[in-house]
Write a protein that binds this ligand. Structure first.
Ligand SMILES: [Zn+2]
Length: 435
């Protein structure tokens, strides 16, 4: 074994052992032989024996939290480290061990269980289905549908009727065939004008235009809680499908099969659990890039003061986006994160806040648990599985679930927190093209 080879100043290839002996010889010449090196004692370059050596910053260890003085030779341009180590003083580098100790100080503050107004709760639950249908009808009546002039052939399906039927289907969790009697009842109660055939309903669910309409409905349905929400949380979760993806696994040398899923990225209010904006992607998409559209959509309609998200969203870009939207980010830092600004002032400010007052920071951050509650509410009430096979319909299915969840939250807030804003006064008439 020859070991690593390097070039000496004379152009000869010398082994490491030889280089070390040269270094020892140089030390001897400088009168330093056998003495442990300190910062002051490096006066001779170990590569070229030059005396033109200057200090050039520190080499810092992330793990031990110690730093060593670095020296540079002005003649050959090579760097050397001093042997003496000292602890890192600045906050820019907190050793991993110390970071863990700092964060261990956090104690979860037991929150008093809020008193349930059982009377209001019972009323909200008993009225839920009726109120949900009423609100849906009211919301849909605010939409103006433009039909293209001079269209020949088959008529367009009634968008309002179809949307209502799909909301009823999602709420009751019935299959499209078994839904028929419920729809006939809805027709008798004048919610819809005509009961559609079940295949028409399923075909309608596939339409990409429906996605835009449902996105809009989710947004409008969240508006009435504007006054009582100020803290928001972001997260993503998958809804499993009935399809299986196959891929060849090089690690195990065989083909793997796994159920595919669709990911819903949501931003929700932490008080009422209402969803303010949604983004839908394939299951293998990352979470972090979708923070921007979620925050932008919510901030146009709501007064957002705090946004909390998990470590998956911890990046300088995301801190900047939240800060520029006028809110305070509460995102924890990864263990290898550094305080360096790199163009983001808010990042280093929050970093300092995070390690100086972990109790305070994490108490705000733990409002994020509400977004998990939100997903749990949606999945328990309207099912975690998707029945359709087309990606468009799967997205629409998730949006319908979220829309129904929003209405349920709204009804509960109406009875428990007496919200008194109505859609007809809040929202402008929405104009869409028939599809
Ligand atoms: Zn040198």
């Amino acid at each position: 074994m020859l070991g690593r080879r390097c070039l000496s100043n004379s152009g000869l290839r010398v082994s490491r052992v030889w280089k070390a002996s040269l270094w020892r010889a140089a030390k001897k010449r400088a009168g330093l032989g056998g003495v442990t090196m300190t910062d002051q004692e490096i006066l001779v370059c170990k590569h070229c024996n030059s005396h033109n050596v200057v200090k050039r910053g520190f080499a810092r260890s992330k793990i031990s939290g110690l730093q060593t003085q670095q020296w540079r030779c002005n003649d050959c341009g090579k760097y050397m480290n001093a042997k003496e180590k000292s602890p890192v003083t600045s906050l820019t580098r907190i050793p991993l061990k110390k970071k863990k100790d700092l964060l261990e100080d956090f104690k979860y503050q037991e929150q008093p269980i809020p008193k349930t107004d059982w009377k209001a709760f019972t009323k909200a639950q008993q009225q839920e289905k009726e109120s949900l249908f009423d609100i849906t009808k009211e919301l849909l009546s605010n939409i103006e549908i433009k039909y293209p002039a001079g269209k020949k052939g088959r008529k367009f399906a009634d968008v309002k009727d179809m949307t209502f039927c799909l909301v009823a289907k999602t709420y009751t969790k019935l299959s499209s065939r078994r839904l028929d009697s419920d729809l006939r009842e809805a027709q008798a109660n004048e919610y819809i004008s005509k009961v559609p055939h079940f295949t028409t309903l399923l075909n309608f669910l596939e339409k990409p235009e429906l996605t835009a309409l449902l996105q809009e409905l989710v947004k409008i349905s969240s508006l009435p809680v504007k006054g009582i929400e100020s803290q928001y949380a972001i997260d993503a979760s998958g809804f499993s499908t009935s399809q299986f993806g196959r891929w060849f696994d090089h690690k195990w040398g065989k083909e793997s099969i796994r159920r595919t899923w669709v990911k819903g990225h949501i931003m929700c209010g932490t008080f009422t659990n209402i969803v303010t904006s949604v983004e839908l992607t394939k299951g293998n998409c990352g979470d972090s890039p979708y923070l921007e559209p979620l925050v932008k959509k919510t901030c146009t309609n709501f007064n957002v003061r705090e946004i909390s998200a998990d470590k998956g969203y911890s990046s300088r870009k995301n801190f900047e986006i939240i800060s520029n939207a006028g809110a305070h980010p509460f995102i924890p830092f990864k263990s290898n994160a550094l305080a360096r600004q790199k163009g983001s002032m808010i990042w280093s400010k929050c970093y300092k806040y995070f390690y100086d007052q972990p109790q305070n920071y994490l108490q705000h951050y733990h409002k994020r648990s509400n977004v998990e509650t939100c997903f749990s509410m949606i999945k328990q009430k309207f099912g975690k599985d998707l029945m359709t096979k087309n990606f468009n319909s799967q997205c629409n299915e998730i949006l319908l679930k979220i829309f129904c969840h929003n209405l349920c939250c709204l009804i509960q807030a109406y009875y428990e927190n007496s919200i008194e804003t109505y859609y007809s006064t809040e929202a402008e008439k929405l104009q869409i093209q028939a599809f």
